[in-house]
Design a protein. Structure first.
Lengths: 344, 352
């Protein structure tokens, strides 16, 4: 059986990022991984009901978050993410403690006030649209924000991410169709993070297409499938793709091969999967070889962040839960928070 | 003197001219057709979309989140059922994000039977729509209400669904219920109805109509009465009003309330009326099992039980997969004037 990873361009980057950028990337990847591992522990210890997240996707998510044109309103990027994208928000500057608050469903959870699962952030000040559990619906929304991006001028684009299994849903096709209407092409970056599984079902048993990205070709879209395991390589690839979408105001379909290091979610145990490629030690090895990072420093960082997150989780445990009457707030809004005028 | 479809068109014009509407879109909504019912002829911000209702609602959500003011049309509500997932997301955008976001969009769609629309051009959507929290749902029965409710929908910060009874699209308003500023029928038609044939050079002349906002949650008292209350909306308002006229010579005085705003709804007006008459009939076209009228009956029983003189009744569509094309099949499927008369008479004469 042909695997979907066959003949993907090598992830070896000929170009190099500055040391500071690489170390920042490493720090963010480590933080993202340790945050997910903390969230998993919180769930297993009873400080939350369900875990889902993106450990194994950091080498894609961190460069992605670093490259976002961050801000509010259609002059900036809109993010239509899925539930493996905490690292994107973290790289944009989100407070890791807020993800623990969502896990613990406290009243202080700024993403949903204790209403939604972990891994479902919402950050309006950065155009990060509420992550929702239904698969692929975000692909139907991206053309709408992209129309606004195009109208606003500037370089803002709409970036939508989802997994490989979800591309079977109709909204994946909707996004391609609505983004490529002749004369009305839209600045949408469609990303598929391909971990080759839909919960327990291997993609190869359900999908006949050789490459998911090939589907974009029928719409005249530029497409690529890349290895998502080396953040330096991903950074350059993503930068180029984003620049294309920003400049041409046309869509791009990018398929990124990633790992799923703790399975689908807590419903499948959330245990480490040993036979998947792990981007983090591989990146640390690369940094060591370049002389940018000493093993001991990496270990010390890991220990310090682990401790920091452990203490934060303990504090979150003490935060107030939403009272029952809070369930009835925000069904309807009295004011239009999303109203936007050029210049505000 | 406008028809409902002209009233919708004038409201959308006001919307894009003065209230910030950026996109009026859907299947065949743009030029040259301007909608299969002509509701969007001659407007500036219309565009034709792919034939993809899920894409339509998704794009409307995206536009709304990005500060645009979209009005999306689902060509017939019969084709909105595959969008329920996305409608739920729109309705839940504010709540799910703890008030971080809101989702101000308008969806308009023709509903109901009465034009021999067969199985898939006759569905109702009020039972479905009122089951989706976070949405405001309205259904006008007059051109003036269609105009005023549409304007309110456009400026509301929440998702609003405007259900338009397709059988009333060409019905003119009653005397005294004009939209202020609208000219006579012939003049209005010349001004805003696209010509037959080549329309490429045609430009509509919009009459100066005001910002007439009809608030949500306020019902319309169509006819005051003493003995029995009938609460209805959409096409059924005409049928219920006609039934009331038929019963008047028998000495049965029927109070007719056009709910027009289904969610939120005017419970104070319903309460006052039911307290007065002690008898209430709810009438709508949607299928009877898990019908919005059932909710209203439940609340009536919960809150007004000891003030009732008769069991509250619901007259709704039969629980069938669709409205059959043949005239007799349609008559058997949705409430008819005779049936409403019978139900009201039985309620009025019911002895506790």
């Amino acid at each position: 059986m042909q695997t979907a990873t066959a003949a993907i361009p090598s992830s070896t980057s000929k170009r190099e990022l500055p040391k500071e950028t690489l170390l920042q990337m490493h720090s963010l990847m480590l933080r993202a991984r340790l945050l997910e591992e903390r969230l998993i522990r919180m769930q297993k210890q009873g400080d939350g009901y369900f875990w889902i997240g993106g450990p194994g996707e950091e080498a894609f998510n961190i460069p992605f978050g670093m490259l976002v044109h961050k801000g509010q309103g259609p002059e900036f990027d809109y993010l239509h993410l899925h539930y493996r994208s905490n690292a994107v928000a973290l790289a944009m500057g989100a407070d890791p403690v807020d993800f623990m608050r969502q896990m613990k469903n406290t009243a202080s959870d700024p993403f949903s006030r204790g209403r939604n699962f972990a891994g479902h952030p919402s950050i309006r000040k950065w155009n990060l649209v509420p992550v929702s559990s239904p698969i692929e619906v975000q692909y139907a929304m991206a053309p709408g924000t992209a129309i606004a991006n195009k109208r606003a001028g500037g370089k803002g684009i709409s970036i939508v991410t989802g997994g490989d299994a979800g591309t079977a849903e109709g909204e994946f096709a909707s996004c391609m169709i609505w983004s490529t209407r002749p004369g009305n092409e839209l600045p949408v970056l469609m990303v598929v993070t391909n971990n080759q599984f839909g919960i327990s079902t291997p993609a190869a048993t359900q999908h006949g297409e050789q490459r998911i990205s090939d589907r974009g070709k029928a719409f005249g879209m530029r497409t690529a499938t890349i290895d998502g395991q080396d953040p330096e390589y991903v950074y350059f690839q993503l930068q180029e793709v984003m620049e294309y979408v920003r400049r041409e105001r046309k869509p791009f379909l990018l398929e990124v091969m990633v790992s799923r290091l703790y399975g689908h979610s807590s419903s499948s145990g959330a245990n480490f999967v040993g036979d998947e490629f792990d981007c983090l030690p591989a990146f640390e090895k690369k940094l060591e070889e370049r002389g940018y990072l000493a093993r001991k420093d990496a270990d010390d960082m890991r220990a310090a962040i682990t401790q920091e997150y452990l203490e934060a989780a303990k504090r979150v445990r003490e935060e107030a839960m939403p009272p029952q009457e809070d369930a009835f707030t925000h069904v309807f809004e009295e004011t239009n928070h999303v109203a936007w005028k050029k210049g505000n | 003197m406008s028809t409902m479809v002209q009233a919708v068109r004038m409201a959308l014009h006001v919307g894009e001219d003065r209230l910030g509407v950026t996109d009026i879109f859907g299947e065949d909504v743009g030029a040259p057709l301007g909608g299969v019912f002509t509701a969007t002829q001659g407007l500036k911000t219309t565009w034709n979309s792919p034939l993809d209702e899920r894409g339509l609602i998704g794009t409307a959500i995206g536009l709304a989140l990005a500060g645009q003011t979209p009005v999306a049309e689902i060509q017939f509500c019969d084709y909105a059922f595959n969008t329920i997932d996305l409608l739920k997301l729109a309705g839940g955008m504010a709540w799910s994000s703890g008030g971080d976001w809101n989702c101000p969009l308008v969806v308009m769609t023709p509903v109901g039977s009465g034009i021999h629309g067969s199985i898939y051009h006759s569905h109702s959507f009020d039972a479905q729509a009122t089951r989706i929290p976070g949405w405001k749902v309205v259904m006008p029965s007059t051109p003036r209400d269609a105009y005023g409710l549409m304007l309110s929908a456009i400026v509301d910060p929440n998702p609003v669904m405007v259900l338009i009874p397709k059988a009333l699209m060409r019905v003119k308003h009653a005397a005294g219920e004009e939209i202020p500023g609208e000219p006579d029928e012939r003049t209005l038609s010349k001004m805003i109805d696209a010509p037959i044939g080549d329309r490429s050079q045609w430009v509509p002349q919009w009459p100066a109509t005001p910002d007439l906002f009809i608030p949500f949650g306020k019902a319309r008292m169509v006819r005051e009465g003493e003995h029995v209350t009938v609460v209805c909306y959409g096409r059924m308002v005409r049928e219920c009003t006609a039934a009331a006229e038929i019963l008047a010579p028998e000495g049965i005085s029927v109070e007719v309330i056009d709910l027009r705003s289904l969610h939120p709804y005017d419970w104070p007006m319903l309460t006052a009326s039911i307290r007065k008459t002690g008898r209430v009939l709810y009438v709508n076209e949607d299928t009877e099992i898990t019908n919005f009228g059932e909710h209203l009956i439940r609340r009536t029983v919960d809150e007004l039980f000891y003030e009732l003189q008769a069991p509250p009744k619901l007259l709704a569509g039969a629980h069938l997969p669709g409205i059959g094309l043949a005239d007799n099949l349609e008559k058997a499927s949705v409430p008819q004037r005779d049936g409403i008369v019978d139900a009201l008479r039985a309620l009025a004469r019911h002895e506790p």
